[in-house]
Design a protein around this ligand. Sequence first.
Ligand code: INS
Ligand code: FE2
Ligand code: FE2
Length: 343
Amino acid sequence: MTISYEMPALGYEVEKKMQTQNEKGSVANLSGSGFLMPDTNSFGHNFRDYDAESARREGVENFYRANHINQTYDFVNKMREAYGKLNRMEMSIWECCELLNDVVDESDPDLDEPQIEHLLQTAEAIRKDYPDQDWLHLIGLIHDLGKVLLHPTFGGLPQWAVVGDTFPVGCAFDESIVHHKVVYANVKMHQLPTKVSLLIGCPVKYVTVFISMDAQYFKENLDDSNPLYNTKYGAYSEGCGLNNVMMSWGHDDYMYLVAKENNANLPSAALFIIRYHSFYSLHRSGAYRHLMNDEDVENLKWLRIFNKYDLYSKSKVRIDIEIVKPYYLSLIDKYFPAKKIKW
Ligand SMILES: O[C@H]1[C@H](O)[C@@H](O)[C@H](O)[C@@H](O)[C@H]1O
Ligand SMILES: [Fe+2]
Ligand SMILES: [Fe+2]
């Protein structure tokens, strides 16, 4: 089956401008009629502000510490091999949406809603602005379903192996990756007891300041000191195509494998979005472009559009699940020929 779709009208520069405006805090309309980007997340902070002091900040940073240390080339190989078998369970796409409500994503500084809300908020926001691209609505609904890897039924993988931004393994870690380099100082002050300060003839109470610096996360990843993997190209070559690049393991790559192996009738851009939606260093910062081929360049246009809805639809606006459910069931029917999907 061939699915045709129009290429997005927005150019990189226009979008970039809107993005910058939004980061400055204005309310911008995405592409005409429907969806309005809010200026702050549910916690009153800018979206994806990993340095903002909030109840989430420390947990998110600890998450990235574990993520950056443990995601190695070897680890990803093993996970793709094990989970690519899709022999854990069989269930429908909608059942999976419901199962996802039991999991919490500790990497996300913006989301304060159950996962199914986020899926529907993304899908409905896209639907407002791109009413004719029903495949893109479906991607809104299913893009995060790979987070079921956190569920006990799937072995309850640790957070660092499921969520958060992704990045290539097998070549140097780019500095634009979230929490690539975190340098912070611990300051401890010690006051000498009065007796001691008198004894050493110190006229005022003596204060000692201890400053210690803490770790650089990617530096602790074994691949970072492996000459096969720590150069710009590492295991890859110029323009080799992202399909040949191994990404850190998580919900993106897993859901891509699920959609592909279950023969979903989705266009190449749809599979690309699922697979790389957490690859912010590429679609936000433009890193790793030297690994892309022509098809990646085309698909990236759609990913950049999708990303706005994935990110900025995270809000307190509730969607009535029962009202929209029949529409999404019809999309699942249209694009997934098998009723029970292998996971
Ligand atoms: O914390 C979030 C969350 O895990 C999203 O599902 C993922 O796609 C983003 O890239 C990440 O920053
Ligand atoms: Fe995601
Ligand atoms: Fe998402």
